[in-house]
Design a protein around this ligand. Structure first.
Ligand SMILES: [Zn+2]
Ligand SMILES: [Zn+2]
Length: 219
């Protein structure tokens, strides 16, 4: 797989994308930073053990979790608000009971290995989406007590995006406050936010500085 990625022309950017997530985790582990927003060129959640695709080449979250496990960290939660199903991350951690994976996508699914999918209808509202997060994600992550929380922040479900589900761009800031609050409550604020799907520069330039402001407790 690595050899194939080398031939794509995206190899260096793909390495920086995944490496940024690994470095963020290591810096938090060393106490250098409290949390992180990882500016990726390519996403990670469509990368499994033996496949990649969907503009994802390496699974940065999985590599970061593997790196932290090698340092003795035990439990991890991943919440995914990208529009699409995190098939790769699920492939990697599907049988790992030490990883809670809550993915908001197009199906409802729950199993005995801490994997949860939350079906978001074709059209939804900010209020409905946030309500689903409060119902399906918050109680589970509070009960799970992870050491680290990873947030796959995709904005492709925003109005006008390729995965448009009707969310406004302000929904992401509300999500950031919710996710940050949960991380503060359950894992000493150890939160790694990974830029995932989305294509609009206007939405990115509106949301990302505000999310970083929220992570830095400026907003
Ligand atoms: Zn899913
Ligand atoms: Zn997506």
């Amino acid at each position: 797989m690595v050899q194939r990625v080398k031939l794509t022309g995206d190899y260096e950017s793909a390495l920086y994308s995944a490496g940024g997530t690994v470095q963020a985790a290591e810096k938090i582990h060393q106490g250098e930073i409290d949390n992180a927003f990882v500016f990726t060129s390519f996403g990670d959640h469509h990368v499994g053990r033996n496949f990649y695709g969907g503009m994802c080449y390496f699974n940065g979250a999985a590599l970061a979790i593997t790196s932290l496990k090698e340092k003795g960290v035990k439990r991890f939660a991943i919440v995914d608000t990208d529009c699409h199903h995190a098939d790769g991350t699920r492939d990697i951690f599907g049988n790992d009971d030490d990883v809670l994976h809550v993915c908001l996508c197009y199906q409802d699914y729950v199993d005995n290995h801490n994997n949860v999918d939350v079906k978001i209808p074709y059209r939804t509202s900010d209020e409905e989406y946030l309500a689903r997060m409060r119902q399906e994600f918050v109680p589970r992550v509070v009960a799970f007590k992870p050491d680290y929380l990873f947030w796959e922040f995709g904005y492709d479900a925003t109005q006008g995006e390729y995965g448009d589900k009707g969310l406004t761009k302000d929904c992401h800031l509300k999500l950031a406050r919710l996710v940050k609050g949960v991380a503060d409550e359950v894992c000493h604020g150890r939160l790694i936010t990974i830029l995932c799907g989305g294509s609009s520069r206007a939405i990115a330039t509106y949301t990302i500085p505000r999310i970083i402001g929220c992570l830095a407790e400026l907003e």
